[in-house]
Every structure is written in structure tokens, then in C-alpha cells.
Design a protein around this ligand. Structure first.
Ligand SMILES: [Zn+2]
Length: 316
């Protein structure tokens, strides 16, 4: 795991200030038995210190990236029914091969190997990963001319925080319209070009909740025929409030609505007894609608409860 130097990068933070050596140069294992381990290390400010690591105390070990990820992913695959996903920068894809090797040595079953999603890498014009340490060490003057200042220092964004968040969300949405674009690397120049092609009115657009929806229901909403949307009452639906804006999206189409009312029910049966069937879908019977919605939501999702969302079209 540490082939280039043979030193395991275990970092035990100084109890006074929390600082720890990056490469464990002066960190030594002084005692090890079945109850725990004692490490000696040296803080630049506070001098030598010793730390006991055992199952009883809360000593904090800061492990190097590979070990840390092995520990995290090994913990994640311990049996429960939750699907865990690791989200990592694209430059970690190669490091993951080493973690996979270690997980294999630990007899991790194939079905329990962690699922990982890698985000795009941002590259300097030379093709190397854009380095934050460059900015830290040499200041903004050292940056290549294609690097816009906000790319390494978000406080340099020419606009307020809302504009920045809107622009980033737009960029990710843009990359995900063709998911294979998400698994590539982007030079700062290309990233700047993409960002500058965002719609000019992005900052003025009303902020709205967003929901994806099937085309046939999208069309009914856009034509004003569907004024009640049905969802299970999961965590994002609990954030909806009467009067909020709600944007429905279907591929590259979208329609903006305002929430006129919210009604929560125990299940779909109770909901369909109380709601006007034709406002949910004017083209289908109650029996058909109940069957359709149960094809979308399995029983464990319905068990969260159901919310009927009254909507009206917002004209731009
Ligand atoms: Zn210290």
C-alpha cells in the first residue's frame, strides 16, 4: 500500500493543536499488543507527544488517502439494505483499483463491492490536474491565463452566491444531458467556455423546486389539464410549501408552476378517495390511475405516505 517509500502514513494529531505530520516522518510505533497501540510523534509547535489508540478511547487517527478509503468502503459494505454510493473526483479512479485489491484480500463478496461515481476532472491547459496548491503556494499571479480566478477561489466569482450556485447547477445539468460527458476531463478553457454559454437570464430566473416527470403527464400539466401532482412524501417532498414555485422537467422541456395547496395522506387509496380524480389525470379512470401509480412506487415507498400537490401554471 506504500510501495514508493515503505512508510505507512499513519497520522496521529497533536493533542494541543490537531496538527499532524503528512508523511509520518517522525511518527513511530512504540508499543503494540492485542489491546491497542501507542504512537510517538512530534508537533512543530508543541514538541514530542504520545497517543494511545485502542477500542476504548476516542483517539483520532488520520489515515493516508488509500487507507482511509479502504476503511470507509469496508464499513459501507457491512450488511444492511441501504445502497451506498461513493462520489469521488475522477483522479481517484486509479487509486480505487488499489482499494479494490485490498477489498478483495479482505474477501469482500463481489455483490458487496461499493458503487462509485467519479466526477469530471478539471485540467490546466498543459493537461495536468488543476492544482489548488499552486494557488496556495504561488498566489493568483502564477495561474495560467485560461484559469478564471473563481475556478480556484470561489470568493472571486463575479456575482453573488445565488448566481454562483445557479451557474454550477446549470453546468452539471448541461453535462448530464449526455451522461457520457460527465465521465470526462475538462480543461479550464473548455470549462470557461461552457460556463460562459449559460443563458444570460439565469440569474433572474425564479428559484423553484424541480421534479422530473413522464412525458404524458408533462403534457397534461403544460396544457393546464392536470392541476394535482401525486408523489410519495419523501424527504424532498417534505420541503415543499404552499406558494413555492415548482418546475417540472421532461428531457429538455420544462414548465413552471406554483404550489396552490398541499394535502398529505396515509396511502394512495385514501388520497384517491379525497382528491378529484380528473385533476390528477383527466384521461384515466380511478382504477387505472391507482394501478399506474403503484407500478411507479413500490409498497416501501408508498409507506412513506402520499402528498397531493395542487399546482397552477405560472406564465413567464
Ligand atoms: Zn501541536
Amino acid at each position: 500500500m506504500a510501495p514508493s517509500h515503505g512508510i505507512v502514513h499513519i497520522r496521529v494529531p497533536c493533542p494541543e493543536c490537531g496538527w499532524a505530520e503528512k508523511r509520518a516522518d517522525r511518527t513511530k510505533l512504540v508499543h503494540l499488543d492485542e489491546d491497542g497501540a501507542r504512537f510517538a510523534a512530534v508537533c512543530l509547535d508543541h514538541g514530542p507527544y504520545e497517543i494511545d489508540v485502542d477500542p476504548e478511547n476516542d483517539a483520532y487517527i488520520d489515515l493516508a488517502t488509500l487507507y482511509r478509503n479502504l476503511v470507509k468502503e469496508r464499513l459501507l459494505v457491512r450488511g444492511d439494505t441501504t445502497l451506498r454510493v461513493m462520489l469521488k473526483g475522477g483522479d481517484w479512479a486509479f487509486g480505487s483499483q488499489l482499494v479494490d485489491g485490498a477489498l478483495g484480500v479482505l474477501d469482500t463478496p463481489g455483490a458487496r463491492m461499493p458503487l462509485r461515481i467519479f466526477t469530471p476532472q478539471v485540467l490546466a491547459p498543459t493537461g495536468v490536474k488543476l492544482s489548488k496548491s499552486l494557488l496556495r503556494d504561488k498566489g493568483t499571479d502564477a495561474l495560467p491565463s485560461d484559469v478564471e480566478p473563481w475556478m480556484l477561489d470561489t470568493t472571486q466569482w463575479p456575482g453573488n452566491t445565488d448566481h454562483y450556485v445557479d451557474a454550477l447547477l446549470w453546468l452539471v445539468g448541461e453535462l448530464l444531458t449526455d451522461p457520457k460527458h460527465f465521465f470526462r476531463s475538462f480543461t479550464v478553457k473548455e470549462l470557461g467556455r461552457l460556463m460562459n454559454s449559460r443563458p444570460a437570464d439565469l440569474g433572474q430566473r425564479p428559484r423553484a423546486h424541480e421534479m422530473g416527470i413522464y412525458k404524458r403527464y408533462f403534457d397534461l400539466i403544460a396544457s393546464g389539464q392536470k392541476t394535482t401532482e401525486i408523489r410519495v412524501n419523501d424527504s424532498s417532498r417534505k420541503r415543499l410549501k404552499e406558494g413555492d414555485l415548482l418546475r417540472f422537467k421532461c428531457r429538455d422541456e420544462e414548465v413552471l408552476t406554483r404550489i396552490t395547496r398541499l394535502a398529505r395522506y396515509a396511502d394512495f387509496d385514501e388520497m384517491f378517495e379525497r382528491e378529484l380524480i380528473s385533476s390528477v389525470n383527466p384521461t384515466a379512470s380511478k382504477t387505472d390511475q391507482l394501478r399506474n401509480i403503484r407500478e411507479i412506487y413500490p409498497p416501501e415507498r408508498e409507506a412513506l405516505g402520499v402528498v397531493a400537490i395542487g399546482i397552477e401554471l405560472v406564465t413567464p
